[in-house]
Ligand binder design. Structure first.
Ligand code: LLP
Length: 431
């Protein structure tokens, strides 16, 4: 397992944030999400520096869907990032954490009327409007509150990227955003200009997630500038902001060759500069929305190994006390992870095992073919890079309580989300 962030090995044990994972498992029990706070803060700073936030007024907006406890909102705010939320629940979390509402961007392809009202009355900084229905609803409620709401419109730019490959198409099939076909964007802008309680601040696009190449982002910048230019030439308005979404890829296993934030930021900023000059378009403020790349590598899940089943000449299963309820990604996307025995970090990796979860479901396999030292019941298994879309996509399937989340930093640990109790599981049930 590759050591990430502040991970270190002392004697035989994995340490994160200066804290022994053996001690963490003992103190807080397992399964346990461990978040390397310093690593989160370092990545935030790397993005802010490289995206020229201070110099150019650009913004780095953390995509909260990756991981959004109250404490994460606090850290993101302390580091000076903005926040992207996609639901009333995420917005409420941000609000309760004291996050400045003017730094919140409200996404979603089908915000409910309740969510729109909530966003307007709390005063979120920008709505990303996805369709006409939403624009009209925002306008209607903004009018009732006597407000003018800042809006981006989401565009499907005809670039779709997944990890290593991407496609550029004229044809666009997506549930998100306004289409480029038949002058769709220009017509949308034309309509928005009639809405008195909406101020159009810019365009938004998001081309995918876990992308390793810079080329799709560079193409995205080009496409979006060309659209802004088209809008200018047909309607005579220049847009002051351009949001390019998130999607920067990170390391999960040796197959992944991620680039650091500087490479993506430089490529985007350089292309924007080039397009701005070429089209003589005033440089808009640029926004990116990284989620996974801020929190992914900072998270490690600790499990305790329970039963071990060896089927001679076939496979050896080691089962842990969590699984698809705390990390759905292997079952849902066949996502790969690296792992280690946290209390045997210096032992030779000598056996190939399959790490199974505890759910009543044969697909509940966390890692197939993990190379580990000789595993025994009671060992602590650490699975790395579970920070993004782990806790946020967790469930109570099989009525398994959600694990606690602990932040570690400088040798100290603190719980930021309590482990659910059986009582918590029944809290919303009526008999
Ligand atoms: N902005 C928008 C509009 C998005 O839709 C997303 C992710 C992001 C930003 C952040 O993308 P990131 O930097 O985290 O790649 N559940 C999946 C990932 C879904 C991503 C959805 N949108 C997974 O576990 O891989």
């Amino acid at each position: 397992m590759k050591l990430l962030g502040t991970m270190r090995i002392e004697e035989d044990t994995l340490y994160i944030g200066g804290v022994s994972t053996k001690e963490l498992a003992k103190e807080y029990s397992t399964p346990l999400y461990v978040i390397d706070e310093q690593h989160v803060r370092n990545v935030c700073r790397e993005y802010l520096r490289n995206f020229k936030v201070k110099e150019n007024g650009n913004r780095v907006t953390y995509a909260g869907k990756a991981f959004l406890p109250l404490e994460m909102c606090k850290i993101i705010n302390e580091e000076g990032l903005c926040l992207d939320v996609v639901s009333g629940g995420e917005l409420y979390t941000a609000y309760k954490s004291g996050f400045p509402m003017e730094k919140v961007l409200f996404h979603g392809n089908n915000k409910t009327i309740e969510e729109i009202k909530m966003g307007i009355s709390l005063g979120v900084g920008r709505f990303v409007a996805d369709n006409f229905y939403e624009l009209n609803t925002i306008n209607e409620f903004a009018k009732k509150e006597n407000k003018v709401v800042n809006v981006y419109i989401r565009i499907t730019p005809g670039i779709e990227a997944h990890t290593h490959d991407y496609i550029k198409t004229g044809q666009i099939d997506s549930k998100f955003g306004f289409t480029l076909i038949n002058d769709g964007v220009v017509n949308a802008v034309k309509e928005i200009l009639k809405l008195e309680n909406i101020k159009l601040m810019g365009l938004h696009a998001h081309i995918g997630s876990q992308i390793f190449d810079v080329d799709p982002f560079v193409d995205e910048v080009e496409v979006m500038f060309n659209i802004m230019n088209d809008v200018r030439s047909k309607l005579g308005i220049e847009l002051p902001e351009l949001d390019l979404g998130g999607g920067f890829g990170i390391y999960y296993t040796k197959e992944d060759k991620p680039k650091n934030p500087k490479v993506f930021c430089d490529a985007i900023l350089n292309k924007a500069e080039e397009m701005s000059k070429k089209l003589e378009y005033p440089m808009p403020k640029l926004i990116i929305e990284p989620g996974r790349s801020i929190i992914g590598n900072a998270g490690t899940t600790l499990y305790t190994v329970g039963s071990i089943k060896e089927i001679p000449e076939v496979r050896k299963y080691i089962s842990v006390d969590g699984g698809m309820t705390d990390n759905i990604r292997p079952s849902l996307y066949r996502a790969d992870y690296e792992c280690a025995i946290a209390n045997k970090m210096n032992c030779k990796e000598e056996e190939l095992v399959t790490v199974a979860g505890k759910c009543c479901e044969s697909g509940d396999i966390l890692i197939s073919d993990a190379k580990l030292p000789k595993v025994e019941s009671g060992d602590i298994l650490a699975v790395a890079t579970t920070g993004a879309y782990g806790y946020s996509m967790s469930s109570n399937y099989n009525k398994i309580p959600r694990p606690a989340v602990v932040m570690v930093k400088d040798g100290n640990s603190r719980v930021v989300c309590k482990r659910q109790s059986y009582e918590d599981l029944l809290a919303s049930e009526i008999i």
